[in-house]
Write a protein that binds this ligand. Structure first.
Ligand code: MN
Length: 265
């Protein structure tokens, strides 16, 4: 279910949410898995571009990425680190490789904002790898918890409208983990190494598994695997998206374009 696609200025990536097949999993708007060891694929990076009306979450597995934005914030994302950016009423930023060789791998997730928060002031939550707690279970699972709770650990991201769960789960061969998910929340798993059984269904690497209704999910792997697990409360509002702007109405999109072109981000 994962398409190999390309975005930005030539960064090789696989998009699984935000495609013609799965345009959104309310409140998730997009999931990109980027990964390559060919510098030609990532050296162009993502030069200055705007966002309005939602949040972008960047989680690095390998490689170094420098971000700069219109608020004056700047930093380098390193493997195991995460940036939860609430674009709100608007931000212009760049995401550029801080390396000229080696592997670049990670995820970008887009999370929608409710209409009441779409024009909030932009803000960042940046966490170094050491600030992302890791729980090792007695059942052969290691959880790096970015947001929400799992395995006794609590993620550092806070104050997010849709009450998200987001974690990087490594399963040893024969490992398993039973994860609570809030009832009514949208939930998906994206397997990116090995194979995992998600709710009893075998899922190969580079595959998105969309969970149905429930209050939890059973994760297991016979041969070992690694996946991102995400869940959050649906917003249930109209979604009108135009590139890097995600609003509720066409009029608001037009306003976003005018504000950006008028230098008001
Ligand atoms: Mn961006």
């Amino acid at each position: 279910m994962s398409l190999v696609t390309s975005d930005g200025a030539g960064v090789t990536l696989r998009r699984s949410v935000g495609t013609a097949q799965i345009s959104e999993l309310d409140p998730f708007l997009l999931l990109d898995a980027f990964g390559t060891d060919n510098p030609d694929d990532y050296i162009a990076g993502f030069p200055d571009h705007p966002h309005r009306g939602f949040e972008t979450v960047t989680y690095m597995i390998a490689g170094h990425m420098r971000h700069r934005d219109s608020t004056g914030a700047e930093g380098v994302l390193v493997p195991g680190g995460v940036q939860w950016m609430t674009a709100g009423r608007g931000i212009v930023h760049s995401e550029m490789p801080e390396q000229s060789e080696g592997e670049m791998r990670g995820f970008q997730l887009w999370v929608n904002l409710p209409s009441s928060d779409k024009m909030c002031p932009p803000r960042y939550q940046n966490f170094e790898p050491a600030d992302v707690p890791e729980a090792e279970t007695a059942t052969g699972a290691r959880l790096r918890v970015i947001a929400g709770r799992g395995g006794g650990a609590e993620g550092p991201v806070e104050g997010i409208a849709v009450d998200p769960l987001y974690m990087d789960v490594t399963l040893d061969p024969g490992g398993r983990h039973a994860q609570d998910v809030a009832p009514g929340h949208a939930c998906f798993a994206y397997v990116f190494e090995g194979t995992a059984e998600i709710g009893g269904t075998a899922v190969e690497a580079h595959t998105l598994a969309v969970l149905g209704e429930g209050d939890g999910v059973e994760l297991a792997s016979a041969g070992g695997g690694r996946l991102m697990l995400a869940a959050a409360r649906p917003i249930g509002e109209p979604v009108v998206r135009y590139g890097p702007f995600v609003m509720n109405t066409r009029h608001e999109i037009q306003q976003a374009i005018e504000d950006f072109q008028g230098g008001r981000f």
